[in-house]
Ligand binder design. Structure first.
Ligand SMILES: Cc1cc2nc3c(=O)[nH]c(=O)nc-3n(C[C@H](O)[C@H](O)[C@H](O)COP(=O)(O)OP(=O)(O)OC[C@H]3O[C@@H](n4cnc5c(N)ncnc54)[C@H](O)[C@@H]3O)c2cc1C
Length: 530
């Protein structure tokens, strides 16, 4: 069962090896083990619902359902859930099974003058699904809208209920010999509607495309009625309405079904690795590969800090020592960086692409690693977020942030973001562990994905203050560098103050007015994004 106050399946417990604990203590200090509120304690704190007296068949007002839909997965959400100090809960949760249920809930909410928050998997990391205090709210959970309605094999299009999760969607396609190929790290729990509404990017988006390339059309239930977006291979008929829905973060209505572009299952889907002497060389290599349009499915370059931290956190200190010494003899010292790359498609093409990347690695003085690392990455691709659970319990808070910039700025932007985070808590004598990787590369630039960890403070309030300080510093730098405030996580509440820096006042107005056209009552997920 899904954890209520952390990440993932509650039966999966990752263990942090002793050597990793020692590493963290040496870099940012001993963690503080603090008490977390228990489930019963927090359920008991859920206030009565203002809807308790209302008899409406789709609404559930019990405390457990309202608590389970109150927060997502951002660090402020974690702090609230673990401390039991949640500022607001939805007044009711509606579980829609059909498009009619969605329509009826919106009509009810409109008459009752209540806000509606569409809820997919609740994996948002930017406060997308959090109710506002003092604003009566229904959270509309669409996870039961998970049917495969149609698979048009001739056109390679599949139509799903928008609440289908990653594993469910892939299982339904795989039995028919197809895949969508959209694998965000939250794949286990996030949903098709959530991917569209938050403009998600999967790990192999280089090959399969981001969700905006995969989303062909669909249906949205808005407060004004149904919006149907036909599936056309291309169109010059004015602006594309799908672009208003992509990234709409629940503010335009509820996506009830979506048609996606699918592909036959590939013959081969494998991951390999290489070691580079330093970050500079690695960045040059991945840029060259992206600009040569090399047919990989993924290029993921860790900086030296991430390479080191990942090795340390994985444990195996002895084996690691031997590997480090062997690499050292070959000239790969403390600045070395790991590149993970994927190849997907026909077996022969995969072999050809792999040779191409291996050759490029050698040309840049790197070392192809044909076994182990790529395979380990594949096995842990959805497991790494589980590490947040034991780290929290050991007294460490861990968060990530991301941006994308043109190649000409990649080095500077990543350096200044990392420096702002690394020294962001210096005034209170706290150290921050920071590392980064390029997670998605394009011909014109790359996304920079930064992970940072710091010690939890004695109180949740102080831990939140530490996070706010770091997040603010990094966000201001991203805006100053003219990077996007989010490459893949969306805007929600955490990034909302910075949107104007990216879009400009007129751009924000255009977004607001497009949303208002579909929701003139302002009842859909108010105060998120804009
Ligand atoms: C551990 C972890 C790893 C992650 N990795 C990635 C990653 O690799 N790539 C990536 O892009 N993101 C990632 N994310 C962020 C998150 O998973 C994505 O934003 C995802 O798209 C959210 O999907 P969801 O179904 O959970 O949506 P929710 O969290 O339920 O909702 C997100 C937003 O979408 C709206 N929404 C949801 N469903 C609908 C619908 N049917 N109609 C209208 N609006 C809707 C909500 O109102 C809300 O504004 C990660 C998050 C976590 C916790």
């Amino acid at each position: 069962m899904k954890r209520w106050n952390g990440w993932g399946d509650g039966s999966i417990h990752l263990h942090v090896p002793q050597s990793a604990a020692r590493y963290l203590a040496s870099v940012i200090g001993e963690g503080r083990m603090l008490h977390d509120a228990a489930w019963q304690e927090v359920v008991a704190r859920v206030p009565p619902s203002s809807f308790d007296q209302l008899k409406y068949p789709l609404l559930e007002t019990d405390a457990a359902a309202r608590l389970l839909h109150a927060r997502g997965q951002s660090l402020p959400d974690w702090i609230a859930l673990r401390s039991g100090d949640l500022a607001a809960f939805p007044d009711a949760v509606a579980f829609a099974r059909t498009d009619d249920d969605v329509r009826a809930t919106l009509q009810f909410a409109h008459h009752a003058r209540v806000a509606v928050i569409p809820y997919g998997g609740g994996t948002s990391v930017v406060g997308h699904i959090n109710p506002e205090a003092h604003l009566p709210t229904i959270t509309l959970d669409v996870s039961r809208l998970n049917q495969l309605y149609d698979l048009d094999a001739t056109s390679q299009l599949a139509t799903f209920g928008a609440g289908v999760t990653g594993p469910d969607l892939e299982t339904k396609l795989r039995v028919r010999g197809y895949t969508l190929g959209h694998f965000p790290q939250s794949w286990e729990y996030s949903t098709l509607g959530g991917w569209i509404a938050a403009r998600s990017s999967g790990q192999q988006a280089y090959y399969y495309g981001r969700i905006e390339n995969l989303f062909a059309g669909g249906r949205v239930e808005t407060p004004l009625g149904e919006l149907e977006m036909p599936c056309l291979p291309a169109s010059a008929a004015g602006p594309d309405v799908r672009q208003i829905i992509l990234g709409s973060e629940g503010r335009a209505g509820v996506i009830t079904r979506a048609t996606v572009r699918i592909r036959p299952l590939p013959e081969c889907d494998a991951f390999y690795a290489g070691v580079l002497r330093d970050w500079e060389t690695g960045v040059q290599l991945v840029r060259q590969l992206a600009q040569a349009r090399v047919n990989v499915s993924m290029l993921r370059l860790s900086d030296a800090d991430e390479t080191h931290a990942n090795l340390m956190l994985a444990g195996h200190a002895n084996a690691l020592g031997i590997a480090q010494r062997a690499l050292g003899v070959m000239g790969y010292g403390a600045e070395k960086c790991i590149l993970i790359f994927g190849v997907t498609g026909a077996r022969r093409e995969c072999a050809r692409v792999r040779r191409q990347v291996d050759d490029a690695l050698r040309d840049f003085g790197g070392l192809p690693v044909p076994f182990l690392i790529g395979d380990l990455w594949r096995k842990s691709r959805f497991r790494n977020p589980y590490l947040r659970n034991p780290l929290w319990e050991m007294g460490y808070a861990l968060d990530t942030l991301e941006t994308a910039v043109p190649w000409s700025q990649v080095r500077e932007t990543s350096n200044v973001i990392k420096a702002a985070l690394r020294f962001g808590l210096q005034d209170i004598g706290e150290r921050v562990l920071v590392f980064a990787h390029l997670s998605h590369v394009y011909a014109d630039g790359a996304s920079i994905y930064v992970t940072y960890a710091f010690r939890r403070a004695p109180t949740p309030h102080e831990t939140l203050a530490r996070w706010e300080k770091l997040k603010r510093a990094a966000s201001h730098i991203i805006v100053a560098q003219r990077g996007t405030i989010s490459h893949q996580h969306g805007v929600g509440v955490d990034h909302a103050p910075y949107l104007i820096g990216e879009k400009g006042a007129l751009g924000v107005l255009a977004i607001q007015e497009s949303l208002r056209a579909l929701d003139p009552y302002g009842m859909m997920n108010p105060r998120k994004m804009v």
